[in-house]
Design a protein around this ligand. Structure first.
Ligand code: UDP
Length: 471
């Protein structure tokens, strides 16, 4: 009977793709295992065609990766999009339990890797005695802050949200933070998001290990604090495996022909503006971005996504009058989605304005593309600190208190990145980081060493879980 590792990604294409890449990586280095991936289907049977196509293409190319779909349930989601899995996954646990029992008739489950947002499924693994690992698809710095949260919570006299803007926050393995750097969900102890994070951190501390999509040379201080336990002074820190950067190798279709347009542009001349799967802007903000780009006179490729209630408007209606016509020699504007991975790998691209989503950051590092940071939600403020203060591979975009960015600020930062000495230094540093990323993933690099350690820990495990046909 073949050994399998079960992966359970959170809801959303970014989480799914990252888990699939992890599965592929495990198979490359440990071909004796098979990979089983559980798919959370959207509530109310609202299937997403692009996800279905993606899964079909992976199934065709990788026969050792099997998918199991968790039946859809009826539910109206109330949490913000980046936290919706927290609502959905606890309601699916009985289905997950049934799937584990069904899988174990033909395979031996050696371990389960949960996306951290699916942490409630660890109850099932505890009941069934299956070793539980978490896959943390964000920074080691965020994990360090997060594992420290129960300690911080016990001794805190004041909520972070009430801190003065210039009060320093010192945490193990992290640079000095300020309230604006702190992840939104961890600022207010009375919010549902905070209570969930607290509970989740306790479950993490007791897990068999946490796999992080990062690498030693990028986040050395935070990784050290995780490994030496200083971020969990009042408990046990889980085993840590840093196996990144794991990025998708599968390119999307290029329906807008971005790549052939890039072929016509000079080397390292284009600034890409892309804000992840959830970054949306008001008409007023889109106007400022447009005016800033026009004024900068730089070449740009801009993926425009507007707030939901504006989606029916055409690009001409959304953007300033005459903008598309005036900038047609300088820029390309596409609606909603572009093949970002492929674009970043094109020689013509010389900069990325990013919302600081972790996958986008790793993709930019792997291609040596310097960034301008515009965090929008979740832990992206903290990610910006790593890029701007710790590693100095990005510029900071200054936004107002309500996260609004003016045309002049955007235009000046884009020129600074593309034309100034500061921009040149940032480019040199990210090219060095690109080399470090390649070293981590190759030969006896730190990420391969951790991946081997992880696989060895599974191989050593007896088939002792309660689902095992041998027990
Ligand atoms: N992405 C893309 N095209 C787009 C926007 C995003 O291919 O127009 C991809 C991007 O390359 C990355 C993922 O979607 O792999 C976004 O993940 P990230 O962690 O950066 O942000 P999130 O969407 O999770 O906030």
């Amino acid at each position: 009977m073949k050994d399998t590792i079960v992966l359970y990604p959170a809801y959303g294409s970014g989480h799914l793709m990252s888990m699939v890449e992890l599965g592929k990586l495990i198979l490359t280095h440990h071909p004796s295992f098979s990979i089983t991936i559980l798919i959370l289907t959207p509530p109310n049977n609202k299937n997403n065609d692009s996800t279905t196509q993606y899964i079909a293409s992976i199934s065709n190319k990788f026969p050792s990766i099997n998918f199991h779909f968790i039946p859809s349930i009826s539910l109206t989601l109330t949490l913000p999009p980046h936290l919706q899995t927290l609502e959905l996954s606890p309601l699916c646990n009985h289905h997950v339990h049934n799937i584990f029992q069904s899988i174990s008739k033909t395979t031996n489950i050696k371990g389960v890797i949960l996306d951290f947002l699916n942490y409630s499924a660890s109850q099932i693994n505890n009941i069934l005695d299956i070793p539980t690992y978490f896959y943390f698809t964000s920074a080691a710095s965020m994990l360090s802050l997060f594992l420290h949260l129960p300690t911080y919570h016990k001794k805190a006299t004041k909520a972070i949200k009430d801190f003065n803007i210039d009060t320093p926050i010192e945490l193990p393995g992290l640079p000095t933070l300020f309230v604006d750097d702190y992840p939104d969900d961890g600022k207010d102890p009375t919010s549902p998001g905070y209570q969930t994070l607290l509970e989740c951190a306790k479950v993490f501390r007791e897990s068999d290990g946490v796999i992080i999509n990062t690498f030693d040379a990028f986040e050395s201080k935070a990784i050290k604090a995780l490994r030496d336990g200083s971020c969990v002074p009042d408990g046990t820190s889980p085993l840590i495996f840093c196996i990144g950067p794991v990025i998708s190798t599968l390119y999307d279709t290029d329906e807008h022909q971005c790549m052939s347009w890039l072929d016509l542009q000079p080397c390292q001349s284009v600034v890409l503006l892309s804000f992840g799967s959830m970054g949306r802007f008001s008409k007023a903000q889109l106007n400022e971005i447009a005016l800033g780009l026009e004024k900068s006179k730089q070449i740009f490729l801009w993926v425009v996504r507007s707030e939901l209630d504006l989606d029916e408007l055409s690009l001409d209606e959304l953007l300033p009058e005459g903008f598309l016509e005036r900038t047609k020699e300088k820029g390309m504007v596409v609606r909603n989605w572009a093949p970002q991975r492929a674009i970043l790998s094109h020689d013509s691209v010389g900069g990325l304005v990013t919302h600081c989503g972790w996958n986008s950051i790793l993709e930019a590092i792997c291609e040596g593309v310097p960034m301008i940071t515009w965090p929008l939600y979740a832990e992206q403020n903290l990610n910006r600190v790593i890029l701007v203060k710790e590693t100095k591979i990005a510029l900071k975009l200054n936004e107002s208190a309500d996260k609004f960015v003016s045309a002049s600020e955007l235009g000046e930062r884009v020129i600074e990145l593309m034309e100034s000495d500061k921009g040149k230094n940032i480019r040199e540093r990210i090219l060095k980081m690109k080399i470090s990323a390649n070293e981590a993933r190759g030969g006896s690099g730190s990420s391969l060493v951790d991946l081997k350690r992880l696989g060895d820990s599974w191989k050593e495990l007896d088939s002792c879980n309660k689902l095992s046909p041998n027990s």
